[in-house]
Design a protein. Sequence first.
Length: 132
Amino acid sequence: MATLGLVEYADASPEVRAVYDDIMSTRRTDWINNFWKAIASDPATLKRTWESIKQIMAPGGAIDPLTKELIYVAVSVTNQCGYCIASHTAAARKAGMSDAMFAELMAVAGMANETNRLASGYQVEIDDRFKT
């Protein structure tokens, strides 16, 4: 259960409903997921987070939408956010991710985490060639 509960559309303030409407319009959906409902208890956080997500995850940037979702899944796995893993895995699948891509992504994320911990633990100095 969400710490402060979920703000359902019917119970939302006009400010929260405006953000919910924008989410549904932008995402071409007829529902609001629990993440947005949970943070809607603080309308300023809801609005700020939605505006940032909408800008960063929008198509048309230097990184295509599928790659953005794959990055989001990898970071979510690393941060152990079960909700974000589920949400962005679904979005990545919608954007074209195959089972093979998911498996390879998990291998890369796992390897990166392992070598990151080794480099940190061994306190490896950064090579001069990497600094140029």
